[in-house]
Design a protein around this ligand. Structure first.
Ligand code: BV8
Ligand code: ZN
Length: 251
């Protein structure tokens, strides 16, 4: 990695302007993006911890768990069905589209998303790692078969043709992420010399440690968020603003 490690981390001191970021981005050997719920906010998807966030009305840490599903499968499916119905009419926003465009313009690109809404695919992104799964897929508790399912509303409770109960194919709190996805994410992070961390509060593990890992591997890491996060202290540059405003300026 011949990218000079920056001595100091900057808190949006404006040391690196967008021009410098643009130059570094397009000169880079391999780019990795870690996306969080903030990317979909401008499409109207409620974030987890924002003021109108999902955490307000529900406690996802209690609802998005296999214990909750075991106890109250109907209630958990009602929550996911409500989220799917809200999502069904939403479109990718300028941030999703800019990410899809950047992928076409750089040598190597990997998008690691924590989002389960499938909007990156709709925007045309190709090389995507869905770290936390996808709300438009279901998994059978009996035969483990995974299928796409876009029924809106979905019949509650949904069953597999084998008779097994279906669950959303997302990673719940307390569940391990798929080895395959984690390995692919680590390979991408370790191989990249430029990383964007966009629209994530940097709370949920293990994704929250990816920026640090990239820094340790010598990458230049840029955060885009509407506010500072726990990651801001350890990245090379933080741009405070909406992803949908900032990313298109990099094209
Ligand atoms: C794991 C899918 C090993 C489901 C999600 C105690 C018991 C058990 C586990 C733990 C525990 N303590 C800690 C843990 C580990 C836990 C964890 O990290 N908990 C946190 C809450 C502390 N992690 C796990 O359990 C993970 N598995 O660790 O396995 C293990 C096993 C057993 C025991 C221990 C460890 C699994 C985590 C995956 C959970 N599933 N989603 C579903 O969606 O229903 S996580 C969920 O949060 C979403 O995927 C979301 O993407 C993700 C992260 O949130 P963010 O994306 O950051 O979104 P957030 O709302 O927080 O922030 C939005 C950001 O955008 C904000 O910063 C905001 O400022 C910014 N923003 C807003 N608008 C804009 C913007 N930025 C730019 N532009 C804008 N317009
Ligand atoms: Zn089945």
């Amino acid at each position: 990695m011949n990218m000079p490690l920056t001595k100091h981390t900057m808190q949006n001191t404006g040391e690196y302007g967008l021009q410098e970021i643009r130059e570094r981005l397009y000169k880079s050997k391999a780019v990795t993006i870690l996306a969080g719920a903030g990317i979909s906010a401008e499409s109207g998807v409620p974030t987890f911890r924002g003021k109108d966030g999902l955490w307000k009305n529900f406690r996802p840490e209690e609802m998005a768990t296999s214990e909750a599903f075991k106890q109250e499968p109907r209630l958990v499916w009602e929550w996911y069905d409500w989220r799917r119905r809200a999502l069904a009419s939403l479109k990718p926003n300028a941030a999703h589209l800019a990410i899809a465009e950047i992928e076409k313009r750089v040598k190597e690109f990997t998008l690691i998303t924590q989002n389960v809404d499938g909007l990156h695919q709709l925007a045309g992104s190709k090389n995507i790692i869905e770290l936390h799964g996808n709300i438009w897929r279901v998994k059978c508790l009996s035969c483990n078969k995974v299928n796409a399912n876009r029924e809106v509303p979905i019949k509650i409770l949904p069953f597999c043709e084998c008779g097994g109960l279906l669950r959303p194919d997302v990673v719940w709190f307390g569940e391990m992420l798929s080895d395959n996805n984690l390995t692919k994410a680590f390979v991408a992070i370790d191989n990249s010399d430029f990383m964007f961390v966009i629209g994530t509060s940097g709370i949920v593990q293990p994704a929250a440690s990816f920026a640090l890992r990239a820094k340790d591997e010598g990458a230049f890491v840029v955060e885009i968020n509407i506010e500072k996060t726990p990651l801001s202290a350890s990245v090379d540059a933080t741009f405070i603003g909406k992803a949908g405003d900032i990313l298109p300026q990099l094209l």
